[in-house]
Design a binder for this molecule. Structure first.
Ligand code: AMP
Ligand code: ZN
Length: 114
């Protein structure tokens, strides 16, 4: 998608602080962190949201999940704990319409998930 901000980050057209990438996914620091460690993981290939997960192949789908663990290890939060979250659609407050997974940690997180 030409004008999708996360596609542009994946292509390296706009700067982001990347913490991990492989052939399927890119992970970078959230520009407006909600926790001491806040990383966003995206599939390189554009899909709008989790509703379109089946448009990604199984390698891409699994890569998203594995990247959560890899990022947590890289951020040093596997033992202290972290949250993985996906906002899907308006009610969840999804603002960027390219599927992404939030990894949050580095401090005590709110127990309020809603
Ligand atoms: P969501 O509300 O789940 O759609 O999350 C979108 C996230 O993307 C927000 O936490 C934003 O702070 C983050 N974000 C938006 N633009 C950028 C950017 N250029 N670089 C890094 N993070 C971004
Ligand atoms: Zn995109």
């Amino acid at each position: 998608m030409d004008d999708c901000i996360f596609c542009r980050i994946a292509r390296g057209e706009i700067p982001a602080t990347k913490v991990y990438d492989d052939e399927y996914v890119v992970a970078f620091r959230d520009i407006n962190p909600l926790a001491p460690k806040h990383v966003v993981i995206i599939p390189r290939r554009h899909v709008d949201s989790l509703n379109q997960l089946d448009r990604l192949n199984e390698n891409e789908q699994l890569a998203l999940l594995h990247a959560c663990r890899t990022v947590a290890q890289a951020e040093g939060i596997t033992e202290s704990g972290y949250r993985v979250a996906i906002n899907c659609g308006d009610d969840a407050g999804q603002t960027v319409h390219h599927l992404h997974v939030h990894v949050l940690g580095g401090g005590k997180l709110s127990v309020n998930m809603a």
